[in-house]
Design a protein around this ligand. Structure first.
Ligand code: DGL
Length: 287
């Protein structure tokens, strides 16, 4: 089943505001939530960061699928989410089918919208994708790009998530790590005779590093954020029900849950969300 097949259908009731569940392994998905809140100011959002079990990016498909399905069930069955946005590339790449089987609401992942945005941006037909080890090993991006006639060159960047989770955004160590990864990726692209002109941020943590990445990609390489592309697709699917109609509430209606480190979530989450995350509730999903 592809992500497009599981994309949201038009809701039946026109007036009530939807409850949208947004899920990530950690804080990274807050970058998707931020884009969603901008585009769907009337909607209610429930966000879950499975911080106790982060990182997903170095785990097996079986474990990622189990964690992601449990998280999805929490959002739908206990928090009343009517739609689910999987704001994690790793879970989208390895567990979208398991999530869709675990819940009875529409599910949207981030890979297809990211690949779609990359295909729209590239002129050379070659794009670079940086992501976690698990996402790269799944080749979900390369396959999604290939379906659009684009060659996707993927590279795992496992050090970036811990750097972002540590809050080392504008930091000399992060700058150096980014430079090394990009140098290796560009060398590989050139050895393959390619001329990539886009870099896809294939992990929802990476938009936080957009400034560092933009400084270090060669001129003419567009940086594509799958978080923005996903939020646009969700907003397009739900526009009549939630976007623009009525007055924009003073405060976005967002409830956040985490499976661990609530204090850290409250402290760092605002960087991802662009405003205070408020009180984060601790939830136990088991081991
Ligand atoms: N935010 C996750 C993603 O988009 C990466 C974090 C993790 O490894 O759990 O892939």
């Amino acid at each position: 089943m592809s992500q497009m097949e599981t994309a949201m259908s038009q809701p039946e009731t026109a007036m009530s505001q939807p409850v949208i569940g947004v899920f990530d392994s950690g804080f990274g998905g807050l970058t998707v939530l931020r884009s969603l809140v901008e585009r769907l100011p009337q909607a209610e959002f429930v966000f879950l960061g499975d911080t106790a079990r982060l990182p997903y990016g170095s785990k097996s498909q079986r474990t990622i699928a189990r964690y992601a399905a449990e998280s999805a069930r929490f959002l739908v069955e206990e928090q009343g989410a009517e739609y689910l946005v999987i704001a994690c590339n790793t879970a989208s790449a390895l567990a979208l089918d398991a999530i869709a089987a675990a819940v009875s609401v529409p599910v949207m992942g981030v890979i297809e919208p990211g690949a779609e945005a990359a295909a729209a941006a590239t002129r050379s037909g070659r794009v670079m994708v940086i992501a976690t080890e698990a996402t790269v090993a799944s080749h979900a991006y390369a396959e999604a790009c290939a379906r659009r006639g684009v060659l996707g060159l993927e590279k795992a960047c496992p050090l970036l998530v811990p750097l972002v989770e540590e809050g080392w955004i504008e930091h000399p160590v992060t700058e150096q790590v980014v430079q090394i990864y990009l140098r290796e990726l560009l060398a590989e692209a050139r050895n393959g005779g390619g001329n990539p002109d886009a870099l896809v941020l294939g992990c929802t943590h990476y938009p936080l590093l957009r400034g560092v990445l933009e400084r270090n990609v060669p001129p003419g390489v567009a940086v594509i954020d799958s978080a923005e592309a996903t939020a646009e697709q969700v907003a397009a699917a739900m526009s009549e029900r939630a976007a623009g109609s009525g007055q924009r509430p003073a405060e976005p209606k967002v409830r956040c849950f985490a499976t661990d480190s609530v204090a850290k979530f409250e402290r760092l989450g605002s960087r991802f969300l662009g405003h205070a995350v408020g009180r984060v509730e601790l939830v136990d999903l088991g081991g």
